[in-house]
Write a protein that binds this ligand. Structure first.
Ligand code: 26Y
Length: 822
């Protein structure tokens, strides 16, 4: 039945009902009888959006009217996940909307399941950006996130015969209700071409960037509402278009395909997210993506500033702070320099002062293969003027290096932005450090290693530039929204509902950790969440698991340094122990994995296959009486994380010490009452400090020990021969036992562990890891003890709220005061 036009109602539930029905009818042309869950989702999302857009307008006017200082967050990735629940929660209409839908007889679960994830990121770095923009809005900080509106997000993963297969993620093929397109703010930018050496009348060098290719960026805005506040910031994502949709000449001559070729090429730029998150492979399109979004964003920032300030370069850096999310947007340093010098005719020193006051850079990795470098010939072709400017930045930079260390040529080449030898390459991390006033690592240990190992001379050259900002996660999505039962218990226990804005309040749960009644409530919620995950495992993997088993979870990108294969060795060892002693007294375990491997990363894909195939064998072996189960859930993404995390008992954070910059999944799992088994790496160190030694299982070598063993010449065979069980497990995996008829199926894995030199020292840490698991087993048998430990984890990880992280950035790096709205 068609709904009448919406009428204002005093009853919030009635007015939401009216709004949803109104959108169903007038926005989507559906009647209630024929509406699919997706139609209901769209109508509900539009109704939520109505709440947000009026607040968005109010927020932006407040910021504009007061001409406030703003933070601009530049990131190639935003891993947002679904937006419905968080939008409703942050708009303060979640409960009323649920009730409205119930009264309308709509199936809520089906409705919410019909929203595709907005998966515009690879992993930790992209999800961090999403948590940060949530916190920025919640803290009333004036901020805009800039990025790319990829038509295809991270690939969708399926398994065939245990192998990963990738499918395109066409998340917006039927449109998305959250984006507001703003063609009036489109920007034209240029790329390619060449530099003409021109001199003006006074003989000054005035280079001209000519014969360029023009592109248009059209912004799509996503509203970003804060929780418990009026602020609604925006996430502005650029879509690329051609300046001319059609080549009329070609068209008139009958070249129909030729006529739209330019359009197709231009639109390719925002087509697809690169699925690599460690090795940069120097692809031209990726460089074009970086420059396109940086150039559009800077133009937009300058437009906003000049609208108020006229020709106000003098106070640009007072009003504008730009944070570079890793080096991916680091070309912004050269692009702003080009604008200031070539277009605005500022002199070098003036321009450079503005730049270094404006930019700050966050580093997310120490792994050498993940540090971005671009070949000079590629740069010369794509961004010829920028290359000249980078050379000049470098010349001046090397002057300061030479002044500090006179006569030291080695120091010059170490600190240079341009790497000589072989093909010349541009080191983007060096450009970002030189062009920024602050550089930060993402956990205390990471920042120390950054100063010591990655940029040792820069820390001496620029004292005070390097800071730590330990990562955080938004407690809205990662507790309030994903674990409603635990959230209700927390609100009841604390006697106040405002803990999602002040996560330190959870400390008070510590007082209940010894209380049997509270322990039972806490663990009963965990069990309900485990039952739900068990159903999901059944659905997605066809594996039956018992919610009474210990749920042992490793969920993260698949990488050698994260050591999913260490976990696998332990599983195979347990399997072997059970076969040798079927009565072995052990807590039944369900090992849960979820992970995507970069499509070109063969070893990572081999590890996925090994876990799948060996897992299947274990799952079907009746001899072990269901004591071990292995489930690798396909297509890991934010939505799946929201399902797994509330159900986890044990959180695997087992990277080789010194390799994981921070980790953020470790924080999400601890917040939801999972205990960590982990190395002293990344933020695990700080999690351990917060929860206390009694409430975490630490194992393995420290950074110093890793270094010492490596310096002494690490030989995996030493550990292989010294440990009978380890040797048997590796031999077993290397045999064709798990893949009858298919020999050497796991040769890449087997090779990596032994003849490949075991670069991440899996063998060296194996025994210590296995022993830590024995301690886990013992703790889990003692239910009150385990409950207490789990509660202590939830109670003591308030530090890891991204609100704390963002407050530190705002105070220490951005100098950014909050601006309350109304
Ligand atoms: C250069 C390109 C190939 C590239 C693309 C994406 C390189 C790296 C990345 C993503 C890196 C990433 O996600 N790093 C993770 O950042 C998290 C947030 O700071 C950390 O918690 C995590 O330890 C780190 O691996």
């Amino acid at each position: 039945v068609a709904a009448p036009r919406r009428r204002a109602s005093d009853d919030p539930v009635e007015s939401i009902k009216a709004s949803i029905l109104d959108h169903l009818t007038h926005t989507f042309a559906r009647d209630t009888a024929g509406a699919t869950p997706r139609d209901w989702f769209l109508a509900t999302a539009m109704s939520a959006r109505d709440h947000l857009t009026s607040r968005l307008i109010k927020t932006q006017s407040a910021h504009n009217d007061q001409n406030v200082r703003r933070l601009y967050y530049l990131s190639l990735e935003y891993l947002m996940g679904r937006l419905l629940i968080s939008s409703l929660q942050n708009a303060g209409v979640y409960d009323h909307t649920r009730q409205a839908l119930e009264e309308l007889g709509v199936d809520w679960e089906a409705l919410r399941a019909s929203e595709d994830d907005m998966g515009l990121g690879n992993g930790g770095l992209g999800r961090l950006a999403a948590c940060f923009i949530d916190s920025l809005a919640t803290l009333d900080l004036p901020a805009i996130g800039y990025g790319i509106n990829y038509e295809f997000g991270l690939f969708r993963q399926a398994f065939e015969n245990g192998h990963q297969v990738e499918n395109p993620d066409s998340w917006m093929i039927y449109g998305t209700p959250w984006e507001l397109m703003h063609p009036e703010y489109q920007q034209e930018v240029q790329i390619y071409g060449e530099v003409e050496n021109v001199f003006d009348d006074s003989g000054n060098y005035r280079p001209q960037w000519v014969n360029t290719h023009k592109l248009v960026g059209v912004p799509n805005d996503i509203p970003v509402p804060g929780y418990g506040t009026e602020t609604v910031n925006i996430l502005r994502l650029w879509t690329s278009h051609a300046t001319e949709p059609l080549d009329l000449n070609a068209f008139n001559e009958g070249g129909y395909v030729e006529a739209v070729r330019n359009k197709a090429t231009s639109e390719t730029i925002s087509k697809v997210l690169y699925p690599n998150d460690k090795t940069e492979n120097g692809k031209e399109l990726r460089l074009v993506q970086q420059y396109f979004f940086v150039a559009c964003s800077l133009k937009d920032i300058i437009r906003r500033h000049m609208r108020v300030e006229g020709n106000g370069w003098h106070n640009f850096a007072d009003k504008v702070a730009v944070q570079l999310n890793d080096t991916h947007p680091a070309i912004a340093v050269a692009e702003l320099l080009r604008i200031l010098i070539d277009e605005e005719s500022l002199d070098w020193d003036e321009a450079w002062a503005i730049i270094t006051k404006t930019f700050a850079y966050t580093n997310h990795t120490l792994l050498p293969e993940a540090l971005e470098k671009w070949g000079v010939p590629l740069y010369a072709r794509v961004l010829p003027r920028h290359l000249q400017l980078i050379y000049e930045i470098n010349r001046r930079h090397l002057e300061t290096v030479a002044a500090k260390w006179p006569g030291d040529n080695e120091m010059l080449s170490t600190c240079s932005i341009v790497e000589e030898g072989g093909g010349k390459q541009l080191r983007m991390a060096h450009l970002a450090v030189v062009g920024s006033h602050a550089v930060n690592g993402v956990a205390a240990l990471h920042t120390e290693l950054l100063k010591k190992d990655l940029f040792p001379y820069f820390d001496t050259l620029f004292p005070g530039k390097f800071r730590n900002k330990t990562n955080g996660i938004t407690p809205r999505r990662w507790l309030l929204d994903c674990n409603p039962a635990l959230s209700a218990l927390i609100t009841k226990t604390l006697g106040r509902p405002d803990w999602p804005r002040n996560l330190d309040l959870l400390q008070a749960l510590g007082k209940e950790a010894d209380q049997p009644a509270f322990q039972q409530e806490f663990m009963a919620i965990k069990r309900v969440n485990k039952v739900a995950l068990a159903e999901t495992i059944q659905e997605l993997c066809g594996i039956e698991v018992s919610p009474d088993a210990l749920f042992d979870v490793q969920i993260k990108r698949l990488h050698e340094y994260k050591r999913q294969h260490l976990n696998l060795l332990h599983i195979v060892a347990l399997y072997r122990r059970l076969l040798q002693n079927p009565d072995l007294d052990m807590v039944p375990r369900v090992f849960v994995f979820a992970a995507k491997a970069a499509p070109g990363y063969d070893l990572a894909k081999n590890i996925i296959r090994a876990i799948n195939v060996i897992g299947a064998r274990i799952n079907h072996d009746e001899r072990i009486q269901g004591k071990l189960k292995v489930a690798f859930l396909p297509n890991y993404r934010v939505t799946l994380a929201e399902k797994i995390i509330p159900a986890a008992d044990l959180s695997e954070q087992i990277s080789t010490a010194g390799k994981e910059a921070s980790g953020t999944g470790n924080m999400k799992l601890a917040l939801n009452g999972a205990l960590t088994i982990g190395t002293l790496d990344g933020a695990n160190v700080e999690i351990g400090e917060e929860v206390g030694d009694d409430n975490i299982f630490i194992f393995g070598m420290t950074v110093e020990e890793v270094e010492a063993v490596r310096n002494a010449g690490y030989r995996p065979y030493d550990f292989y021969y010294a440990d009978e069980e380890l040797r048997a497990v590796i031999d077993w995996i290397g045999s064709d036992y798990f893949t009858p008829g298919e020999r050497h199926a796991f040769a890449p894995l087997h090779h990596s562990l032994l003849d490949g030199g075991d670069p991440y020292m899996v063998l060296a840490d194996f025994r210590s890891y296995s022993d830590a698991h024995l301690a886990v087993d013992a703790a889990y048998r003692d239910s009150p003890r385990w409950a207490k430990m789990a509660i202590m984890n939830t109670a003591r990880v308030g530090k890891f709220s991204s609100d704390r992280t963002i407050r530190e950035y705002a105070e220490d790096i951005w100098n950014l005061p909050p601006v309350p709205v109304k």
